[in-house]
Design a protein around this ligand. Structure first.
Ligand SMILES: [Zn+2]
Length: 417
């Protein structure tokens, strides 16, 4: 087996950012990662001062680690707070967050996860300007584009049916010569169907996306995928013209269609993809939270459904066994084996060979959000070897990854490759 490419992410915008200089703290942490993991790349959250950008870059040059600017495009951008009334608009007029299945912590933590519309030209142009300036300022080797999607189930089920803002109405008309507003009614009728759906019907589905899809909505969902593609292409092209490498952060394949991330389309824009195969994180993009939000919404829409049966019927769609109920799903997470089933789905996309896939898996310990123990980490690593991964990105903040976790990964890789 070839040596696995190793990356990790780092957030220096909180108190840690102020202390990075103290006692060469950052330098020691990076040296440790270099020695134990033979780290190839460090992905640095972009809300960081010029002074710290320079410091990180200098250390990484010394240790031969490539640097990437981690840029969130549509939510939680540096220095720009998205107001709810500016966020994407669902079919029923709700903005940014819905009522069905939404995450309780939405908007209560450091990151809001309120998404702007990719077709909001005025806002996107402003972000693009800041992004370009930041690329110049940091002098890094590449960019890593994050939050390049529509809202997920953790924003509330209704938001899976966005966006209906005036920009989208105009653009949709231009692309399809149709009135987007007609789709509001079609979506309402889908909601009515879901109210009466029997669990057995779910057996006919092949993916989570089929739960929210009907042929009559084809143009609507095509439009969403193309809107995300256009946005990512614009940001990626700019970086490429500046001779930067481009990595993108995508939902795991089973969930990506729900947020209109199309692997085949988006592979055209980048050098590598990080599928977020987070089997334990109870935060947006984390599979337990996203699945729990989605299924909780369906149960709320249709109280006649049996929770256990719904979980059983959903399990084949993901290729792993699921716990008996939603509470257990949040407590115990999803089987780490999901790395293998998700990687199989990526292989079926038949992406160009030049596109590298570096699986994102959590290694952090964060109270209440994600607690990766030795046992979990070892199962992850075993699944990674089984899935024949080309590379891995330990997520999502080196400063919150315990040293013993770094050591476990390093020891495992040195024995298995
Ligand atoms: Zn819109």
């Amino acid at each position: 087996m070839n040596k696995m490419w190793m990356g990790t992410q780092i957030v220096l915008n909180d108190n840690a950012g102020k202390d990075v200089n103290k006692g060469d703290y950052l330098k020691k942490k990076l040296l440790l990662a270099k020695e134990m993991l033979d780290l190839n790349a460090l992905i640095v959250w972009s809300d960081i001062s010029k002074k710290n950008l320079d410091l990180v870059r200098e250390i990484c040059v010394e240790y031969k680690i490539k640097t990437y600017l981690w840029y969130p495009v549509l939510a939680d951008m540096p220095g720009m707070k998205v107001k709810q009334e500016e966020a994407v608009e669902a079919f029923n007029g709700l903005r940014g967050a819905g009522r069905l299945g939404a995450w309780n912590n939405l908007g209560k933590r450091e990151e809001d996860f309120l998404f702007l519309c990719p077709n909001d030209e005025e806002k996107v142009t402003k972000i693009f300007g800041h992004y370009e300036a930041k690329i110049k300022e940091c002098g890094f080797d590449g960019v890593f584009l994050d939050r390049i999607r529509f809202p997920s189930p953790s924003n509330g089920f209704e938001l899976l049916f966005s966006c209906f803002c005036p920009s989208c109405v105009g653009r949709f008309n231009q692309d399809f010569q149709e009135d987007l507003k007609n789709y509001r009614e079609l979506i309402e009728s889908l909601f009515k169907n879901l109210k009466n759906i029997k669990s057995v019907v779910l057996e006919n589905n092949h993916s989570l996306f089929e739960i929210i899809y009907k042929n009559s909505l084809k143009h609507f969902f095509d439009f969403r995928r193309q809107s995300i593609y256009r946005l990512v292409d614009r940001f990626a092209q700019k970086a490429k013209k500046m001779n930067k490498l481009v990595g993108i952060d995508l939902f795991a394949p089973s969930f990506a269609p729900l947020v209109s991330q199309d692997y085949r389309l988006l592979a055209e824009t980048c050098d590598w993809i990080k599928p977020m195969i987070y089997c334990h994180a109870n935060s947006p993009a984390g599979l337990p939270l996203e699945l729990e939000s989605l299924l909780r919404a369906i149960l709320k829409l249709n109280p006649g459904l049996d929770e256990n049966e719904l979980m059983c019927k959903t399990s084949p769609l993901l290729g792993v066994a699921l716990p008996k109920n939603l509470k257990k799903l949040l407590e115990n997470g999803i089987s780490e084996y999901m790395i293998c089933s998700e990687m199989q789905k990526i292989r079926e996309f038949d992406l160009p060979e030049r596109i590298k896939i570096y699986a994102g898996l959590e290694a952090v310990q964060l109270s209440g959000l994600c607690n990766i123990t030795d046992k979990i980490l070892k199962k992850y690593l075993q699944s990674m070897i089984e899935a024949e991964m080309q590379g891995v990105i330990l997520s999502w903040d080196l400063l919150k990854i315990p040293e013993k976790n770094i050591k476990i990964v390093g020891d495992f890789l040195s024995k298995n490759q």
